[in-house]
Every structure is written in C-alpha cells, then in structure tokens.
Design a protein around this ligand. Structure first.
Ligand SMILES: Nc1ncnc2c1ncn2[C@@H]1O[C@H](COP(=O)(O)OP(=O)(O)OP(=O)(O)O)[C@@H](O)[C@H]1O
Length: 210
C-alpha cells in the first residue's frame, strides 16, 4: 500500500503535481499523461530521488523519515537510462547485486531470459538504446523490492523483449506481491499484463481511478 499525504512537487515557483490524500492498494498500475504532465517527476519523488513537500509512505515506511529502509525496497528504472560508458553491463549488475542483496542466480535468470549474455562483457558506451533499456530493467528487478517504478519501460524495447518484461512483472507480482507503477503513453495491454488500475497525471493532479 502506498500513501500520499499533502504531497506537492514544485520546481521553483512552478508546481507540477499536488496530491492531498491518496492511498493506493498493492497492485500493478499504469500511469498515463501528456508530455510534461509530471509522470517522471511523480516516479522520481516516490523513488526518493527528488525533494518534495508532504510525505509518501509505503507499508508504514516513510520516504522521508525512513529514507534508507524505504530506498532499499523501492527500485526504479529510468525512461532514458544513463550509465558510465567505461563500465560493462556485468559490472553494473555486480554493483546492483551487492547493493540490493540479490539472491544467488537472480541476475542470471533475468539476463538469460532477456538474451543479454553475449554482450554483457562489452563497455556500456557500445550499447544501443534498447540494450541499455534492457539492462536498466534487469537492475530494477534485482533484490526483493516491495515497489518497482518503471518510467516508460516500453520505449526502445522490441516485441519479444516486451513480452518477456510483461512476464517478469506478472511473475514478480504473483510470487512476492510486488507493487508496480509503470508510466507510458501507450494504451495498457490488459491481456498481457494483469493491471489493477490506471492513473492519469493531468492539470497538476493525479486521477485515480480513471
Ligand atoms: N529539473 C527540472 N527543473 C525544472 N522543471 C522541470 C525539471 N524537471 C521537469 N520539469 C518540468 O516539470 C514538468 C513535468 O516534467 P516530467 O518530466 O515529470 O513530465 P513527463 O510527464 O514525464 O513528460 P514526458 O511524457 O514528456 O516524459 C514539465 O513541465 C517539465 O518542464
């Protein structure tokens, strides 16, 4: 369960989003909104990456009061991931396996199923945008997160990889009850993904359900 209390995010004098009081039950949620409406801003504040007014509480853990514990169970994949170009994919995975205390074999499962093994030894500066996207998604699934935030996970993914991603989400939610927030400009695929609700960021507000 995720709770927003007196949430307000502004950049200087420009208020992007206000959420007075909202409780979202555990589930898989699809977030829509026009360009510049505030989807990335919302996900980054939930992930504890941007300062904001008010509070966000995940199962009794506040992003502000319990920042370290909160961050350890919330994983985030950026819309356009940027990594150090001199590191290899495997080195990034090794860092996240340690930081997120991933279990033995967890990273290998995701790498194998996304067919990434034969380029993981290459420096990230040589990766295509789709290869970077797949790496960022693997990193977001490592460990035992309570909430996974995926900002525009569909962009640059080929059709086969999208099917695999949807399978990961459904499996993780079913096995561990992991909550998901996905932002996208596309219509949700209710057949491929067991979506519990849709949200819309519009006119500085989050509409739920919409
Ligand atoms: N660092 C920043 N400083 C100032 N304004 C910002 C900053 N980041 C975002 N904004 C503004 O906040 C608003 C929301 O941006 P955000 O990136 O969250 O939108 P979005 O819904 O994710 O957009 P898109 O669909 O185009 O990715 C926009 O008006 C944007 O210009």
């Amino acid at each position: 369960m995720l709770h927003f209390a007196n949430y307000k995010k502004s950049y200087g004098r420009f208020t992007v989003l206000t959420i007075h009081d909202l409780t979202v039950p555990a589930g898989i949620y699809w977030i829509r909104g026009a360009n510049g409406s505030g989807k990335s801003t919302l996900l980054k504040t939930i992930g504890g990456m941007l300062a904001f007014d008010g509070d966000i509480v995940l199962n009794n853990q506040s992003v502000k009061k319990d920042a370290i514990a909160f961050r350890s169970v919330v994983n985030f994949a950026d819309a356009e991931p940027l990594f150090p170009e001199f590191l290899t994919g495997q080195e990034m995975i090794d860092v996240f396996v340690t930081a997120k205390q991933a279990s033995d074999g967890q990273a290998e499962y995701f790498v194998d199923s996304m067919h990434m093994k034969n380029y993981l030894h290459q420096p990230l500066g040589t990766y295509s945008s789709g290869m970077l996207k797949k790496l960022s998604l693997v990193l977001a699934f490592l460990g035992n997160p309570t909430l996974i935030l995926l900002d525009e996970p569909l962009i640059t993914l080929d059709a086969d990889s999208l099917t695999i991603l949807y399978r990961w989400i459904a499996e993780k939610h079913r096995a561990d009850g992991t909550m998901f927030f996905l932002s996208s400009h596309q219509e949700p695929d209710h057949v491929a993904l067991p979506i519990d609700g849709e949200m819309k960021v519009e006119n500085n507000r989050l509409t739920f359900p919409c």
